[in-house]
Write a protein that binds this ligand. Structure first.
Ligand code: NAI
Ligand code: MG
Length: 356
């Protein structure tokens, strides 16, 4: 019997709505597989907590999360609390404290009808973007001088350490080798003359240990164009924190939108828990209406199961998602359906039982 402990941080807006459906999926799996069980502990942190308590999470929140096998997070941020506070004090604090330096974002077309691109089939858009998740442009380093004065100056410094750059690039080479796929690095050495020249050098250096992996290197502007014009070029992709943030939203755009995009924040050494979350935010415009698409959050469950070493279940969940995407009547409005969040989750659980 294998048991995994999961910390739930549903967060704000549609976060709790979609996380409930992901938990439903995990409970269904538990029912179907007598060898597997999960326990859930919920934490009420987020913007409402902030408005009541003056903080996004408990002061010792990181310690409270430390011994879980995984964290399952909905979304953080809501009108009334500035985004730089909500994101920094909860989401980024967890990513940083637990050294979740790998952000794994699959960009995969589940059904041809979901892409706005002409003549693209499932096989044309199938990549794994590996985004540096702990430093780079999001290190939070800089200064704000002479605030409000005519000579005002702000500095936002990118931080690229040898350790940080090498480990993400090495992780990507390992993944490309394991999956037997090509590896593309996205950078910008022509304009960012320190950070990205260094990045390119490390990419080449580490690559010497992986002569079996075919590599490509693109500038981020050209890569953004190719994501749209020619996504077939990309298989495994490695890039910095900021560039990864942006190109994965393009990735979401060409595969059906934010309701279908997932991201895992991984600490590969398992010194700390890893965190699984849909890429989308709290969607205040649809929160409380019961129409949020839970598929991104369910896809996160698939990533979590892979991370637990339960790849068979991870694949069953992903295959079930693929199967569900052809049942338009059972999808939420963002995918052209009329179903509610809860109905999608119920239908998913039903299909899972049929499949098993
Ligand atoms: P958003 O992702 O919340 O929404 C963007 C658009 O996509 C909205 O029209 C929304 O209705 C739609 N959408 C998003 N998820 C959907 C789903 N599951 N089903 C159907 N439609 C969906 O991004 P936005 O509006 O820029 O940010 C709202 C709040 O969320 C902000 O406070 C922001 O800081 C926060 N945020 C948090 C993130 C996180 O927790 N990881 C990531 C992105 C934003
Ligand atoms: Mg983003």
């Amino acid at each position: 019997m294998k048991h995994f402990t999961i910390a739930l941080v549903p967060g704000d807006g549609i976060g709790p709505e979609v996380i409930a459906e992901g938990v439903k999926v995990l409970k269904t799996i538990e029912e179907l597989d007598s060898e597997l069980s999960f326990s859930f502990t919920e934490f009420p942190w987020g913007c409402e907590y902030y408005l009541n308590q003056g903080k996004m999470m408990d002061d010792d929140g990181i310690n409270q999360l430390r011994h879980f096998d995984a964290i399952y997070l909905g979304a953080v941020g809501y009108p009334g609390v500035p985004d730089h506070i909500s994101l920094r004090d909860l989401l980024l604090r967890i990513r940083k404290s637990f050294d979740q330096y790998v952000n794994l974002r699959p960009v995969l077309l589940l059904h041809p009808s979901f892409t706005p691109l002409k003549d693209k089939a499932e096989k044309d858009i199938d990549m794994l973007v590996i985004r540096e998740n702990s430093e780079g442009e999001y290190a939070g380093t800089g200064d704000w001088l002479y605030k409000g004065k005519p000579e005002e100056v702000v500095l936002q410094t990118g931080v690229f350490s040898r350790k940080g750059t090498e480990r993400i690039i090495r992780y990507a080479y390992e993944e490309a080798r394991r999956l037997n796929k090509t590896l593309t690095s996205i950078s910008k050495g022509n304009a960012l003359n320190y950070s990205m020249v260094f990045w390119d050098e490390v990419f080449e250096e580490v690559g010497k240990e992986y002569p079996d992996v075919t590599t490509y290197s693109y500038l981020v502007d050209a890569a953004s164009l190719y994501f749209v014009s020619d996504p077939e070029r990309f298989e495994v992709v490695v890039t910095s924190n900021l560039f990864g943030d942006i190109v994965t939203d393009i990735g979401a755009g060409i595969t059906g939108g934010l309701g279908l995009a997932t991201g895992a924040n991984i600490n590969p050494e398992k010194d700390y828990p890893s965190m699984f979350e849909p890429v989308h935010g709290s969607a205040p415009d649809i929160a409380g209406k019961g129409v949020a698409n839970p598929i991104a959050a369910i896809w996160s469950v698939s990533q979590m199961l892979d991370f637990f070493g339960e790849e068979t279940w991870g694949k069953v969940v992903l295959d079930t998602i693929k199967g569900l995407t052809v049942e338009t009547e059972n999808l939420t409005p963002d995918l052209g359906g009329k179903a509610t969040t809860n109905e999608v989750g119920d239908r998913f659980a039903e299909k899972l039982k049929e499949k098993w």
